[in-house]
Design a protein around this ligand. Structure first.
Ligand SMILES: [Zn+2]
Ligand SMILES: [Zn+2]
Length: 392
């Protein structure tokens, strides 16, 4: 996830969902029967939803949860939804509008730049109450982040903060790897989101994108011409697609943020070149990171390498400082001749996350308010790491 340059908005408070346990008495014997809250939400048959205890429910979870996905997917038919069914699904499987603050059952009108279209998104996933959450988990607005001094000055992390960030970044890497393992033709990006969500909470973390400025899902999945911030939806990945999965985990009060672009089945030569070059851009940028290097140099290195392959660099989205805040100073542009001020100092942490396009660098925004696509509909790739500046 990254910062969009020069965008300010006043945000409204958003809704949030909770988890309910329903217990009841059967005959004379008291059975503490548990019904899966998701099955209750989806109005699935009682037989599928009943467990003898919470432990039993937990033990069955990994096999049981596929029931939800199957039920949800069965309601999606070629991009159109039955209104009655969707109403019964607690606002599930609708198209996203207004940055996640609204939904619609019809495909919005838009001058689509390429072949890709949005698909309906599922209802919100819940996070167990025991997991520590950032302020936006409830209110949608990251007030602490917005009002922090660290939007203007670059923090030098303490050894204790660095230690926590190492732990969190390791979890984020493991979560991304779990997502990568399920990528293949026929899998929906919503399922990738489910994997990211479940893996994150299983590690005791909060999926940072969830409800951040109303973002409706737990990771970003950006397919083909999507530059970044694609919303996981009901579309099935197709042979020849490229898909970026961007994961951020919040754990022990700090964030770890990384992303990678994956091939789905057999990908054409041009897209393979794009993904390879984008990976090299990140590697080259990382190789210059050390105390005393100017932040603006990152963009020079990336731009030089992308141009050499006849590719272009996205300008509207940048890398960012990270730590106890998801997004803070410094702003790290990836393009050449940028105006980033200041130089790197030991103890600083920030992301580098170049987005490289096959065609023009210009971007457009889909009606969902999040999905950034290339203006010419040609493919875009990205790789991201969270970095710590050290003396070497
Ligand atoms: Zn990210
Ligand atoms: Zn990021």
């Amino acid at each position: 996830m990254m910062v969009q340059t020069s965008k300010k908005n006043d945000w409204k408070r958003g809704p949030y969902s909770r988890c309910y346990w329903i217990g009841y008495v059967k005959g004379e014997t008291q059975y503490a029967l548990r019904r899966c809250p998701k099955c209750v939400e989806l109005k699935l048959p009682r037989e599928d939803a009943a467990f003898c205890s919470q432990d039993c429910f937990k033990a069955s979870w990994s096999s049981h949860k596929s029931v939800h996905l199957k039920a949800k997917l069965s309601t999606v038919r070629e991009g159109t939804l039955d209104r009655t069914t969707s109403a019964a699904l607690n606002e599930g499987w609708l198209y996203c509008l207004k940055k996640g603050q609204a939904r619609t059952s019809n495909l919005p009108h838009f001058d689509w730049t390429g072949k890709l279209r949005p698909y309906p998104i599922s209802s919100r996933r819940s996070v167990p109450p025991e997991i520590e959450k950032p302020d936006w988990a409830i209110g949608a607005i990251p007030n602490i982040e917005i009002n922090s001094d660290l939007q203007n000055k670059v923090e030098i992390k303490t050894p204790e903060q660095i230690e926590r960030m190492r732990e969190t970044c390791r979890i984020a890497r493991e979560v991304l790897d779990a997502a990568a393992r399920v990528i293949k033709p026929g899998v929906t990006t919503d399922f990738i989101d489910e994997v990211v969500h479940e893996a994150t909470i299983a590690a005791g973390g909060y999926p940072s994108p969830l409800n951040y400025h109303f973002f409706p899902k737990s990771c970003c999945t950006s397919v083909n011409e999507v530059i970044c911030h694609g919303i996981p939806d009901a579309r099935r990945l197709e042979d020849g697609d490229i898909v970026n999965v961007d994961v951020t985990v919040c754990y022990k009060g700090v964030h770890g943020d990384l992303n990678e672009t994956y091939f789905v089945g057999k990908v054409d030569e041009a897209s393979q070149q794009l993904v390879k070059c984008t990976y090299e851009c990140l590697e080259k940028a990382i190789s210059i990171v050390k105390p005393g290097v100017r932040f603006r140099e990152v963009g020079e290195v990336i731009n030089r390498h992308a141009l050499m392959s006849g590719l272009s660099v996205v300008k509207s989205y940048c890398g960012h400082g990270i730590g106890e805040l998801f997004h803070c100073a410094p702003n790290i542009p990836h393009y050449g001749r940028n105006k980033a001020v200041g130089m790197m100092k030991a103890g600083q942490t920030f992301t580098i996350e170049p987005m490289i396009n096959t065609g023009v660098w210009h971007d457009r925004m889909w009606p969902d308010g999040w999905t950034a696509v290339t203006a010419d509909g040609k493919h875009s790739a990205q790789f991201e790491h969270t970095l710590l500046v050290i003396f070497s």
